[in-house]
Design a protein around this ligand. Structure first.
Ligand SMILES: [Zn+2]
Length: 334
C-alpha cells in the first residue's frame, strides 16, 4: 500500500478539466450530502481536494489529507463489510443526468492491476448538471447499481447508485468532484483563493444540518483485539470479526487503523490486564511525514497459568508536542 491512498488519477480520461480554479466567486449553490451515512461516524473524508498547484499537496485546512492532483473529495466507509451491505450514493442537488458509465468491474486496484483501469479511472460514474455552470461527478460506483440514463431528471437526495470498487480505487469510497464552469471547486472551501489554505473552517457548499462537516484528522477508523498479527488487507476486507481472541488464544493483539496522522505525531499502544498489569506496550517513532493511514498493533503472549478472566483494556494514544494528546480506549472481556 502506497503512502497516499489513491482513487482517481487522470480524470481527464472521463471528463477533461482544469484543476482547482477561480471561476467560482461565491454564487449561491448548495449541496446535500452525497451518501447515506453519517459523516464522522460511519463515513469519513479520506482525501480532500488538493489546493497546492505545484508538485506538493495540501488540503484546504493546511493539512495533508489529500494527494497531488486530487480534484475531488473521497468519502470512505470503514471497510468492505459496509460496502457489501450497500451504501447508497445520492444526488447532491437537483439536476439532469449528463453522463453515465456502468459495467466496470468492482475490484480494489493494486500495482499489478493499475493498467487495467487506465482510461476508466472513475469506474462506474455519473455526472449531473445542475444548471448555472454547476456539475457534480460521482465515481467508483458498484457495477450494475447505476439505474439512470443520460437526460433523466434527478432530485436532491435521490439514490443514483451504490458505493463500489470500480475504477482506480484502493479503498471503498465515493469520489465526488464539484465543478463550476468546468473548474474544480472544493465543496469544503468553495471561496478559498487558489493555493491558499486556512485552519479556519470556511463555509462549505454542503448545507445539510444533519451532518458534521468539521475538518477532522487523526480518525480511528478501525480498532479491536485479534488473535495474532493483523494485515491491513484483512481490516479493509471487513474480516476482523473472525479474529477476536478467546481464552485459548496463544496471544492477544490490540490493533488500530488511523487516518490523517501528521508529521511529528508519536503513537503508543498498550494492553492492560484485568488487575492493571501491562500485557504489552509500545511507543512508535515520531512520524517523519504525514500518513494517510497507518495500521499499528501490539501483542502479548498467554501466561503459563492462562489468561485471567476479566476486562482487558487497550489504549491508543497520539502525542504531538505541545498540542496535547489524543486517546482511544477499547476493551475485551474474558
Ligand atoms: Zn478521489
Amino acid at each position: 500500500m502506497g503512502l497516499r491512498l489513491l482513487c482517481v488519477w487522470g480524470m481527464m480520461a472521463f471528463f477533461g478539466h482544469a484543476l482547482i480554479g477561480q471561476a467560482y466567486a461565491g454564487q449561491p449553490f448548495s449541496l446535500g450530502f452525497p451518501l447515506e451515512c453519517k459523516l464522522g461516524e460511519t463515513c469519513f473524508v479520506q482525501n480532500y481536494v488538493d489546493h497546492e498547484l505545484g508538485s506538493g499537496y495540501r488540503d484546504f485546512h493546511c493539512g495533508a489529507m489529500t494527494y497531488d492532483g486530487h480534484d475531488g473529495t473521497d468519502f470512505r466507509i470503514a471497510s468492505m463489510a459496509e460496502e457489501r451491505a450497500g451504501v447508497a450514493v445520492l444526488a447532491a442537488a437537483n439536476g439532469v443526468v449528463k453522463r453515465v458509465r456502468d459495467g466496470v468491474p468492482d475490484a480494489l486496484m493494486t500495482a499489478a492491476t493499475k493498467a487495467e483501469v487506465a482510461g476508466e479511472e472513475c469506474g462506474n460514474g455519473v455526472i449531473i448538471d445542475h444548471g448555472d455552470g454547476w456539475q457534480t461527478q460521482y465515481c467508483h460506483l458498484r457495477r450494475g447499481s447505476v439505474a439512470l440514463a443520460a437526460g433523466r431528471k434527478v432530485k436532491r437526495g435521490q439514490m443514483i447508485g451504490l458505493i463500489g470498487l470500480s475504477g482506480a480505487t484502493e479503498f471503498p469510497h465515493l469520489h465526488l468532484t464539484v465543478r463550476h464552469k468546468d473548474e474544480v471547486v472544493d465543496p469544503f472551501a468553495p471561496t478559498l483563493a487558489v493555493e491558499a489554505c486556512s485552519e479556519q473552517q470556511s463555509a462549505a457548499l454542503f448545507d445539510d444540518r444533519n451532518q458534521n462537516y468539521q475538518y477532522r484528522d487523526r480518525i480511528v477508523l478501525n480498532f479491536g483485539f485479534a488473535d495474532g498479527p493483523v494485515q491491513t488487507s484483512e481490516i479493509e476486507a471487513g474480516e476482523m470479526a473472525a479474529r477476536v481472541p478467546d481464552r485459548a488464544s496463544g496471544v492477544i493483539v490490540a490493533y488500530v487503523r488511523v487516518m490523517g496522522l501528521n508529521q511529528g505525531d508519536v503513537q503508543t499502544v498498550s494492553i492492560i490486564g484485568p488487575d492493571g498489569e501491562v500485557i504489552a506496550e509500545r511507543a512508535f517513532d515520531p512520524l517523519d511525514r504525514p500518513k494517510a493511514q497507518n495500521v499499528l498493533f501490539v501483542g502479548g503472549k498467554r501466561p503459563k497459568e492462562g489468561w485471567k478472566a476479566g476486562i482487558y483494556s487497550a489504549l491508543y494514544s497520539v502525542h504531538h508536542g505541545e498540542k496535547g494528546t489524543f486517546d482511544k480506549w477499547f476493551f475485551l472481556k474474558f
